[in-house]
Design a protein around this ligand. Structure first.
Ligand code: PMP
Ligand code: GLN
Length: 383
């Protein structure tokens, strides 16, 4: 008999909905992953690295050339100077980066502010470290950063706040004014760190520029910033990303990392070291995804659903105006319409239900067409 560290935790909604989608042969717009191919040049780069014998452990903190080239990219994009040996660690995915950052700083009894709806790994990552999540709601339909509520929650036990922009599941984005307001309210609490989840940095639409926390020197000094190659290069199954933090924070992060993963997949890092020097794959990404977002929204415009503005990420949420719970609605949609979604209540610690579902539009046009056809047909039949 073991005493569970996560007694309240079951299987993630992403796995649950993907399994249900398979069972009912449904089109999977639930779990966030692209269904189109990644760039063949990057696949070839990995094969070449393997053939060249790059198949052993690489440096503990990441392949040196990859770290050097990330430093150059981050400097160009966010005007942030980082030393490749001190301020960055390549991680097996962003989820691992977030977990490691939290594990590096949390002690039992600490509090971490989480803005809900929240990506589902945050709260278990806090709880497993013996700390307490303090959940604050962002309100639909805008999901603005609730500065006053955050200010009211801050106290001497607060050790971190997690900010995610572009945001999963809502597609909301943090603006410069939000970061400046956060900076101001954190001033009396110098012990508070920021975990900035920026996995969708390049998936940003409507002419907005991504506001990385790295652009704000006062905030960057206290932040762990996590990124994911999976989202940028259409290879979520690679589970590869990186974390950037100032030396004193990265030093602790590396201590946890060296006895956990130690290092990440070598051939992929070798291939990425070259590939990330190309700017087009990430500068064009937002435009491409925006087209897919608009295509799906247009196709579903006749449904009695209200779209929630999405300015970034893979996702578009819809308020479906149903009397049943969003979970039941999502289940019904899989079984009757043959389309899988994610009920947004799954992103709340207490399952708050606003009757909103999330659809992933990072899909081929054929997939979006088939999903639109099924949903329109189902909606006509049921109205
Ligand atoms: N944060 C957010 C907001 C995400 O949506 C995801 C998605 N998968 C992750 C972190 C995890 O990224 P990775 O797959 O690189 O672990
Ligand atoms: N980030 C993806 C999503 O939100 C899925 C990640 C996962 O399955 N763990 O759908």
């Amino acid at each position: 008999m073991i005493h569970s560290k996560l007694p309240g935790v079951g299987t993630t909604i992403f796995t649950t909905m993907s399994q249900l989608a398979n069972e009912y042969n449904a089109i999977n717009l639930g779990q966030g992953f692209p269904d189109f191919a990644m760039d063949e040049a990057l696949v070839e780069g990995v094969s070449k690295a393997m053939r060249d014998g790059m198949n052993q452990y690489t440096h503990m903190f990441g392949h040196p050339l990859l770290r050097k080239n990330i430093a150059a990219k981050v400097h160009t994009l966010y005007n942030y100077e980082l030393h490749p040996d001190e301020h960055i660690t390549i991680t097996p995915g962003a989820t691992y980066g977030i977990y490691t950052a939290l594990t590096s700083i949390l002690q039992p009894g600490d509090e971490v502010i989480v803005l809900e709806p929240a990506y589902d790994s945050y709260i278990p990552n806090i709880v497993i470290n013996g700390a307490t999540p303090v959940c604050i709601r962002m309100e639909p339909p805008n999901y603005a950063i609730p500065i006053q509520a955050i200010q009211a929650a801050l106290n001497t036990k607060t050790k971190a706040i997690i900010i995610n922009s572009p945001h999963n599941p809502t597609g909301s984005i943090v603006q410069e004014a939000d970061w400046l307001a956060i900076q101001e309210i954190l001033e009396p609490f110098p012990q508070v760190h920021i975990i900035s989840d920026e996995v969708y940095e390049h998936l940003i639409f409507d002419g907005y520029a991504h506001q990385s926390v790295l652009k704000f020197p006062e905030l960057a000094k206290k932040s762990f910033v996590v990124f994911s190659f999976g989202k940028t290069y259409h290879c979520t199954g690679w589970k590869l990303g990186y974390c950037i933090a100032p030396s004193h924070l990265m030093k602790e992060f590396k201590k946890v990392h060296q006895f956990n993963a130690f290092c990440c997949d070598t051939p992929k890092q070798v291939a990425l070291a070259d590939y990330i020097l190309q700017t087009e794959p990430y500068t064009e990404l937002g435009k491409d995804m925006q087209k897919r977002r608009d295509y799906l929204a247009k196709g579903l415009a006749g449904l009695p659903w209200t779209p929630i503005s999405s300015h970034g990420s893979y996702f578009q949420c819809f308020s479906v105006g149903s009397a049943m719970s969003d979970k039941l609605f999502a289940e019904k949609l899989v079984k009757e319409a043959g389309v899988a979604s994610i009920p947004v209540s799954a992103f709340y610690n207490k399952g708050d239900d606003f009757g909103i579902i999330r659809l992933c539009f990072a899909k081929k046009v054929e997939t979006l067409d088939a999903a639109i056809e099924r949903l329109v047909h189902w909606s006509r039949k049921t109205s």
